[in-house]
Design a protein around this ligand. Structure first.
Ligand code: 13P
Ligand code: SF4
Length: 382
């Protein structure tokens, strides 16, 4: 397992709480819930009232008000991934979405500062796409088990072993790994990217790194042979086909949506498979009476905010990396302008080619996971 190179400037993470351990995060920062904060944030509470209780709100509101003021002072925007908690996603996020959507926003953002409401590989992608901006990650602990599973040196060895094959890397990788690849993909365009690159290169095999399950799920949709790696998402690998059977037995009629980082047998047992953005669109478009999102815990709350009439059954797994991004960490990041993400310019330039190649592929319905399609898959694991 590779050691995660966070690529950030030295820090004193958590120092704001020193000596104030008994205070709430807001109070420890001298922020209180008073009439002014209430007036400033009441309209935001209306948005999240289905998922945040009135008792919790006074703890969040002072930080939310302070963050929204700091964003203006710093000319900053917050890119909020679907796995951010509801108070972050809905009350301080400026752009919200899945990994692909956030990368597209990062490429065109006009503010001087980007605060990544997500994990480190996402912040690196933002820096690669917007090298002139200051990109901040609110916690140095926001890693990812997939990004930590493979290094640039591993990819160089794989390329030497399979010369002449295109390398597709999942965006959930370090800049160093992206720099070794021909094109990136996310869970929302993986099928399309694999089909496009195989056609362009005139090959029937593709190297796709590092997620074993995503690779197998894509192979089962495309029939293209995929050479992959034993990386796994520590959140999605824990779901099992038995979990799905239990949910079906205890919640008859519930529609089950799974993320493609889940094991193939979980995907096969579900009704629909797609990125976090695709799951959100599914609920928006079809408004199922009861739905289960087989993914990270915050996702259901965020989709529920926009769909209050849908019943969400919530078996879920927490991503410990996403959950270190809290309101107080975002407040500290904007206040102290920390932790700035840097990417070596040579690596960034090479990685940008792979990310740009992905962004150049227009979204197409054909790229979606099709529950009626299942071809015999061919997967080789290194
Ligand atoms: P998407 O938002 O692209 O579906 O990615 C999910 C994920 O695991 C991000 O860490
Ligand atoms: Fe990585 Fe999985 Fe967490 Fe996403 S949910 S950041 S893939 S560990």
């Amino acid at each position: 397992m590779a050691v995660l190179d966070l690529g950030v400037k030295p820090s004193s993470e958590g120092s704001s709480d020193a000596g104030s351990r008994r205070l709430s995060p807001a109070a420890a920062r001298g922020l209180v819930y008073d009439a002014a904060v209430k007036a400033e944030t009441d309209h935001l509470y209306e948005i999240v009232r289905h998922v945040i209780s009135p008792l919790e709100w006074p703890a969040y509101a002072p930080l939310i008000a302070a963050i929204n003021r700091l964003k203006k002072e710093r000319d900053a925007v917050i890119l909020a991934h679907n796995y951010m908690t509801a108070e972050i996603f809905n009350c301080v996020g400026d752009f919200r979405g899945d990994s692909l959507g956030l990368a597209r926003e990062a490429a065109k953002v006009s503010a001087k500062v980007i605060v990544q409401g997500g994990v480190h590989f996402m912040a690196e992608t933002s820096k690669i796409l917007s090298p002139d901006k200051t990109v901040l990650i609110p916690s140095l602990k926001a890693g990812c088990s997939l990004a930590a599973s493979i290094t640039g040196a591993d990819v160089r060895l794989i390329k030497a072993r399979y010369p002449g094959l295109p390398v597709v890397t999942y965006v959930n990788t370090t800049a160093e790994v992206k720099a070794e690849s021909d094109i990136c993909c996310t869970s929302s365009n993986a099928i399309q990217v694999v089909e496009t690159i195989a056609k362009e290169w005139g090959v029937d095999q593709v190297i796709m790194l590092p997620d074993e399950y995503l690779a197998k799920n894509v192979a089962a949709q495309t029939g293209i042979k995929i050479i992959s790696w034993k990386g796994k998402c520590e959140v999605h690998e824990r779901f099992t086909a038995d979990d799905i059977a239990e949910i079906r037995a205890s919640h008859p009629g519930a529609i089950i949506l799974a993320h493609p980082e889940c094991p193939p047998e979980v995907v096969a047992a579900s009704d629909f498979t797609g990125s976090t953005g695709a799951m959100s669109d599914y609920v928006e478009d079809y408004k199922p009476q009861k739905v289960v999102l087989i993914t990270e815990c915050s996702m259901s709350d965020n989709v529920a905010v926009a769909n209050p009439d849908v019943e969400f059954i919530k078996p879920c797994n927490l991503c410990p990396h996403m959950k270190v991004i809290t309101l107080e960490a975002i407040y500290d990041a904007l206040k102290e302008m920390r932790y700035e993400v840097e990417v070596d310019p040579d690596i960034a330039a090479r990685a940008k080619q792979a990310v740009d190649a992905m962004l150049a592929i227009p979204p197409a319905p054909a790229g979606k996971f099709d529950p009626t399609r299942h071809v015999p898959d061919s997967l080789e694991l290194i």
